[in-house]
Design a protein around this ligand. Structure first.
Ligand code: PSV
Ligand code: MN
Length: 385
């Protein structure tokens, strides 16, 4: 088996349930016909993406957006459709109590409420068999002097330690960072270094989550990937792409070369090895484009850039690097990036009984028309539902 095939066989991309719901900006949320009204309908859409691509076997949940009474039944429902429930994402950013913070809040009662929410998420994981609890906090301040930067870090460390005590064997806590938004002056987990410091203090089952949209423009993200893999602390990715802020656009749409460079470091660092534990998740919103094709396109983009990354002639690259031949090294790298892998991927899909062109297959399938006819009435899912 070629390295490319082996790499693709190990590629498993987790879809976010919220990508199938409506989303938008603070100016407008546009609704689309056929939008899921329930978490079950989101899972059905995710299962459709997996059926057509063969690479998206798990669906991430966001609590409370996807809260149900019976998570075991929800897991069984997913499995009937050929997918599994994956990462559980906590949410402490949509409750009035969290105006001035959640796990960092000065008021012990609010901190406890946020901790309890995470313990509830762990209970969900125990029911669904999910491995990862992903924590992203909106905590931060808008004005210099508004909060005690140091005190907030101390409270965060204490709250995380309490949550971590409940993370079971075989489970992990992954801590996501983001340099701004909603806070505009100071964010409590702004960068990979802060996340790394906290998860290192927690222990082996705490890892960093890298959301590709959460860096200042110009940041060398592949460097962070290489470093975290080297430190064995890269737990997961939230893939998306951006032009300006946290745009949550389709991964690889804004800068395919960046995705290639990231996937090269993932492959190089063993991040696709079956036991690496690195989860490749999408964290995207489809505000103006069709949602299910948006997810299919995202999976294909990751496949394409991973295949190109696996094509890099590492022997020739090392030789050029070690002999100081800058341009030869760069040429080896670029040769792989410029290789059109789409025909080879189409052939490979056909060999695995999948449609050669999953985008066209979706259009042909009639699934979109079917959900538009069936999903009438009710409230389309959106942020907060
Ligand atoms: C925050 O911007 C974030 O990236 C976190 O992962 C949230 O859980 C997610 O977006 C919600 O879309
Ligand atoms: Mn994210």
């Amino acid at each position: 088996m070629s390295l490319v095939e082996e790499t693709l066989d190990n590629l498993s991309i987790e879809l976010p349930s919220w990508a199938f719901g409506n989303s938008g900006t603070r100016f407008k949320v546009f609704s689309t016909p056929g939008t899921p009204r329930t978490v079950q309908e989101k899972i059905a859409d995710a299962a459709t993406v997996h059926r057509l691509t063969g690479s998206a076997p798990t669906v991430a949940l966001h609590i409370p957006w996807d809260a149900v009474d019976d998570y075991r039944s929800l897991g069984a429902y997913a499995e009937d459709l050929g997918v599994r429930l994956g990462t559980v994402n906590s949410n402490t950013f949509q409750d009035d109590d969290y105006k001035f913070g959640s796990l960092t809040h000065v008021d012990k009662k609010v901190r406890q409420k946020a901790i309890d929410h995470h313990l509830g998420c762990i209970e969900v994981m125990n029911e669904t068999g999910s491995r990862d609890l992903k924590v992203w906090l909106a905590d931060g301040t808008n004005y210099p002097g508004q909060g005690d930067i140091r005190g907030r870090q101390d409270r965060l460390a204490e709250s995380l330690a309490t949550i971590y005590q409940h993370i079971g064997v075989g489970q992990r806590l992954v801590l996501e960072y983001k340099f701004f938004e909603p806070a505009t002056y100071m964010t409590d987990v702004p960068d990979w270094g802060t996340s790394y410091a906290h998860v290192s203090a927690l222990g082996e089952r705490a890892m960093v989550c890298l959301d590709t949209g959460h860096h200042a423009p110009g940041t060398n993200i592949e460097f962070i990937v290489a470093q975290l893999l080297r430190l064995r602390k890269l737990g997961s990715f939230d893939f998306n792409s951006r032009f300006y802020a946290d745009d949550d656009l389709i991964v690889g749409a804004a800068d395919p070369f960046q995705l290639f460079r990231i996937m090269f470091e993932v492959v190089r660092g063993g991040g696709l090895d079956p036991n690496s534990g690195v989860a490749l998740m999408l964290d995207q919103c489809h505000n103006v484009e069709a949602k299910i094709p948006g997810q299919i396109r995202s999976v294909l983009n990751v496949q394409e850039m991973t295949a190109r990354a696996a094509l890099v002639d590492t022997g020739a690259l090392t030789e050029a690097q070690e002999s100081g031949d800058v341009l030869a090294a760069n040429a080896v790298f670029m040769d792989a990036f410029y290789t059109d892998v789409r025909p080879a991927l189409a052939r490979r899909r056909a060999e695995h009984g999948l449609p050669e062109d999953p985008m066209a297959a979706f259009t042909r399938s009639g699934y979109q028309q079917q959900i538009e006819t069936e999903r009438v009435g009710g409230t389309p899912s959106s942020w907060g539902a």
